[in-house]
Design a protein around this ligand. Sequence first.
Ligand SMILES: [Zn+2]
Length: 418
Amino acid sequence: MRPRAGHGGRAASPYQPFLRWIEGEAETMRRRTAAWAKVNSHGHNAAGVREMFALLKRACAALGGRLKAVPCSPQRVVGSDGQWGDRQIGDALSLRVRPSAPIQVYLGGHMDTVFAPSHPFREVASVGSNQLRGPGVGDDKGGLAVLITALEAFERSPFCRSVGYEVFINADEELGSPGSAGHITARAKNFHLGLIYEPCLPDGQLVGPRKGSGNFCVVVRGVAAHAGREFQKGRNAVAAACDLATRIHHLNGRRRDLQINVASLEGGAALNIVPDSAVLRFNARGGKLGDFTWLQNRVQGWVEAIGRREGFAAQTHGGMHSPPKPFKAEARGLFAALASCAHELGFELSWAASGGVCDGNRLAAAGLANLDTLGPRAEGIHGPRETLFLDSLVERAQLSALFLMRLGAERRMPWKSA
Ligand SMILES: [Zn+2]
């Protein structure tokens, strides 16, 4: 193994003092990640999201620039009764630094987590000397700690002058960015490249191509009736929705890159009433836009068939919210530039495909080449054993800082001219 940067094994580079400064920030990054993970910031927990916003604002103070809250529109949701309602989404944080510099970088992350306040996984604890376990330690609070420390190092260096950026941290990413998607898409045209601080894979690989994702909901209405006296007059919405759920589930395996998860079915109440409403929800992941069209056409045909039955009505809501993200030439070039920074730091970087989606999907679809797993190594994300590997905080902050410093020093983006 080659010596790591900062340990004197390689010829001195002008970037060394700033990379070494990051080594001294290991404890600050650990402390921030732990403190932030203790704040429950599920996207529907307004108080927790506000608290995270305040903590991030304080952490960003050293960067200068102009920080503001960006209001996001509410999320429209179908409730378990089949009725529409609004759920409030917290403000996103925007920090704009050197907006007139010749090179402009979009830097993204999210302050929300998947864990609702009622979730039993709340504690943040060290495991051995190199692991931190807790809700959101990797996704995405450790990522935010890496991002802010990398920028602090960058701002201390003379190479920052030719690079401006916007840090954009939303509060609804885990909900599919329903309130912030418009803001993200609109920003794509203002930047030369995007870096997003989702955790990288447990073995340190970045994610290359990503599937697209869609959330769907079908509301079925029937007719309520007494289950003993007037059973024949009832039209059972739960039974119709169950039949539909089974058909949808069996579409799995019909197209290579399409996966459908029938996630929930709500409906009915008392056992002596024929249920008159049911809400079926499912998620689809597809490698191509055509996968979603194929799925929607089939589901729509079945939903219309339910609606044609006497006494029934049925309607589909939702659709694809994150388009597939192919790993195109410009993003590959960006990856090569980052991998060369990793090499200089003494480790090798590779990439793998993922079925997960993030805001990088949205940016890529809007035309901005980006890499989206610049955060630390973590495993078990979204689950009750989410664990962050602490040594990767310094490693990944150095990786980003070196990339940005080189960008500022060389003032060119070779992946763009390709
Ligand atoms: Zn995430």
